[in-house]
Design a protein around this ligand. Structure first.
Ligand code: PHE
Length: 339
């Protein structure tokens, strides 16, 4: 019996050398350890072993079984490693990796984010309002009477319902004051605005505005100027010249347009209009109070300033972009320049 076990062991040690696939390894296992395998058969012979030999034979049986199991495990992991090596044989790991295309923000988004960040530092919070607006929020509450030219069907997109695509983000001023617990209010409202225009290099039917509103006790024109000077100097550089030119908006009094001085290489420098602003007209506060049915925004107690920036315009000036349509044409040759 001991001889028989030794023979099985040395046969197995020799046979494992020619096992070169998973299937021949399985055959090997069945041949030795399977139900009808040689070792299983030998183990059945334990019955006939005499009492005094049982211990030695049992030990030898275990030893042979362990050896064979070990051989199988070892060969199995060798075969797996071989398979892995084959799978990567054609790959050259020293080649440089393929570069992944990297995205970047659209120039308008980049400018918008920058404008929002700058005003955030001054304590303005973001406010939102719908693009489909009521006439009240877009015009009436902003002291813009029914016969005002901005309300003309030629200038504004109206729906059959009487609602309209907001012509400016100033409607968010109204919504914010209507919804506020009480003054102070200090918000910016970035978003799209829409006007019926002939599309050309400087006109579009939709553009991105950023509205600002600050209402508190004793807000003055000096606060408005300081805020917007700080803003434009952060965007365009500290030595950028600004001018506040008297203008008219129905919802601010006094009102201004802000121009910045543009120095394009090889051209005479010129002033270019960049924003509208002013002190909130008392008539707007009255409209808010009538809508709120209280007098927390009474013009006797509060004052405020408002401004509206064209983000498209800011980006065009900042980057020297001559044509507004480039922003919406999705031409990668244009967009990649801002990555
Ligand atoms: N709503 C004005 C426009 O679109 C800009 C503006 C906003 C002016 C706030 C004054 C105050 O032209």
């Amino acid at each position: 019996m001991l001889d028989e076990l030794s023979a099985i062991q040395s046969d197995a040690l020799a046979a494992i050398k020619s096992v070169d696939s998973e299937s021949s390894l399985e055959e090997f296992r069945i041949h030795y350890l399977g139900k009808k395998g040689r070792l299983t058969a030998a183990a059945a012979g334990m019955r006939d072993v005499s009492k005094e030999d049982k211990r030695a034979v049992g030990q030898k049986l275990n030893e042979v079984r362990n050896t064979i199991t070990g051989l199988i495990d070892e060969r199995s992991s060798e075969l797996a490693a071989l398979k892995d090596a084959e799978a990567v044989a054609d790959i050259d790991p020293t080649l440089p990796s393929r570069s992944l295309p990297q995205g970047a923000g659209h120039p308008l988004s980049q400018m918008l984010n920058r404008a929002v960040d700058t005003l955030h530092h001054l304590g303005f919070a973001i406010a939102e309002g719908p693009e489909i607006e009521t006439e009240w929020h877009c015009f009436d509450a902003l002291n813009t009477p029914a016969d005002h030219p901005a309300r003309n069907e030629k200038d504004t997109f109206y729906f059959d319902s009487g609602k309209l695509l907001r012509t400016h983000t100033s409607s968010v001023q109204v919504r914010t004051m209507e919804g506020a617990d009480a003054p102070p209010v200090r918000i910016i409202a970035p978003g799209s605005a829409f006007r019926r225009d002939e599309i050309d290099a400087t006109h579009s039917i939709s553009f991105t505005q950023l509205e600002g509103l600050y209402v508190d006790r004793e807000v003055t024109l000096a606060d408005l100027k300081g805020t917007l000077e700080y803003f434009f100097h952060s965007i365009f550089g500290a030595d950028t010249e600004l001018r506040f030119r008297p203008h008219f908006f129905p919802f601010t009094e006094p009102s201004f347009e802000i121009d910045i001085k543009l120095h394009a290489a090889g051209k005479a420098s010129r002033w270019i209009e960049i924003a509208g602003c002013g002190m909130v007209d008392p008539a707007v506060f009255e409209a808010i109070n009538s809508s709120r049915e209280d007098d927390l925004f009474s013009p006797d107690n509060v004052s405020g300033f408002a401004f509206g920036l064209g983000i498209d315009r800011l980006a065009m000036i900042k980057h020297g972009i001559p044509d507004l349509r480039l922003f919406s044409e999705n031409d990668l040759r244009f967009l990649r320049q801002f990555a």
